[in-house]
Write a protein that binds this ligand. Structure first.
Ligand code: MRU
Length: 377
């Protein structure tokens, strides 16, 4: 197999998402790798459309974007009283927070932004409607501060995951991944790919096998684009080729991201992840999940309770705008699958490397991070 030359450069500076001062600018990931196009998001409909058609995607990036989209939606509505502001925010909580159901970061970030801004205001209805524009301006400021904090914290979490992941994968050179869990999927340098960037930056040899990730080809289009952009050796393989490559000893370790991690460690990630985990277990190589603790959902006891997004069958029927299937054939398009905790060697988080049994290790990590959040309140 061939790939580009190995390097250790810092990823290209165009950020995946950025607050411009009065809008959110995002890379339109539907147009990569053909074109690096940007979208200026300044209304709720554009924000929701971008989420739904995966112009912005990846659990942590959805969280960071969703939080800023609340500010955009608030500005668009420009409420004149706190009472009106509250109902605008409750509408945005549902519209933006529910735009995709599996990635928990979206719901979490939207809730965190709105709840932090509203605080524990206990004004009665009369007091709420008597408020002034300076009150709504202060509320809007609190939304923006919280939304920007979410992005900044995600960038820090990515860096820590990279640092820890590099230690965990110290002996791995040929690393397989699925979908895109890189800088395009986060507000920082990625989760699974943060490990790769950390190894490359340290001058360690690293070569990535990126499964193409049908139907929307996040691996072939996005992982390959961002790694090639950073001069990191990347080869795209058909999804169906990964198991035999693993069995043939061409892969030292598999590392993927996550959309939602249940309290017992079961992990939802891009559909096809489960198959990679089975192949890794059969070959006796490590299968790692890299995710910020914000992707853990302790309210979900196990993977069977995770809602899996079902997407439009047309995504399966077509590729590159060309119909592949005959008229009359149906298609089923689950966007994610669940890898059982028993197949996961470790979960690399910003709060440490979690090992089985995941119930206790996840609970301890959350006590550390969410306990610290509560302490800071
Ligand atoms: O449908 P997508 O492209 O949003 O799916 C993304 C994934 O499955 C990623 O692996 C996951 O969100 C982790 S991103 C750091």
């Amino acid at each position: 197999m061939t790939g580009s030359d190995v390097g250790g450069t810092i990823p290209s500076p165009t950020p995946t998402l950025r607050w411009t001062g009065d809008s959110v600018e995002i890379i339109d990931q539907t147009r990569l790798p053909a074109e690096l196009a940007l979208i200026d998001v300044r209304d709720t409909a554009t924000a929701i459309g971008a989420i739904e058609r995966l112009a912005i995607r990846g659990a942590p990036a959805l969280g960071a974007f969703g939080a800023l989209a609340v500010v955009v939606g608030f500005d668009e509505a420009s409420p004149r009283s706190l009472d009106e502001a509250r109902s605008v925010l409750e509408r945005l909580r549902t519209q933006i927070g529910d735009a995709r159901p599996t990635a928990v970061n979206l719901r979490w970030a939207v809730d965190r932004t709105i709840d932090a801004a509203l605080g524990d205001t206990t004004l009665d209805a009369a007091a709420l409607s008597a408020t002034t524009t300076s009150d709504t301006a202060a509320l809007r400021e609190r939304l923006l501060v919280e939304a920007q904090a979410i992005g900044a914290e995600d960038a820090e979490a990515c860096a820590e995951i990279g640092r820890l992941g590099r230690e965990v994968l110290a002996d791995a050179t040929n690393i397989a991944t699925h979908c895109n869990a890189g800088r395009l999927a986060t507000a920082g340098i990625g989760t699974a790919l943060a490990t790769v960037y950390a190894k490359a930056a340290a001058g360690e040899p690293v070569r990535v096998l990126a499964s193409e990730t049908r139907p929307l080809l996040q691996g072939a289009r996005l992982t390959a684009w961002e790694l090639a952009d950073a001069s990191i050796d990347v080869s795209v393989v058909a999804d169906s080729a990964m198991a035999s490559l693993i069995a043939a000893g061409e892969v030292d370790a598999v590392i993927v991201g996550a959309d939602r991690i249940a309290a017992n460690g079961d992990t939802a990630n891009k559909v096809g992840t489960f198959a990679h985990a089975l192949a890794a277990a059969d070959a006796g190589i490590g299968f790692y999940v890299a995710a910020p603790t914000t992707t853990i959902d302790p309210s979900v006891p196990s993977g069977t309770c995770i809602v899996i997004e079902q997407r439009n069958p047309d995504e399966v029927h077509s590729a590159g705008g060309r119909r592949l299937t005959p008229a009359g054939a149906g298609a089923v398009n689950p966007a994610f699958d669940v890898t059982p905790a028993r197949l996961i060697t470790a979960i690399i988080t910003d709060a440490g490397v979690l090992r089985p049994p995941y119930g206790p290790s996840i609970a301890a990590a959350l006590a550390l991070t969410r306990g610290a959040e509560r302490g800071a309140d």
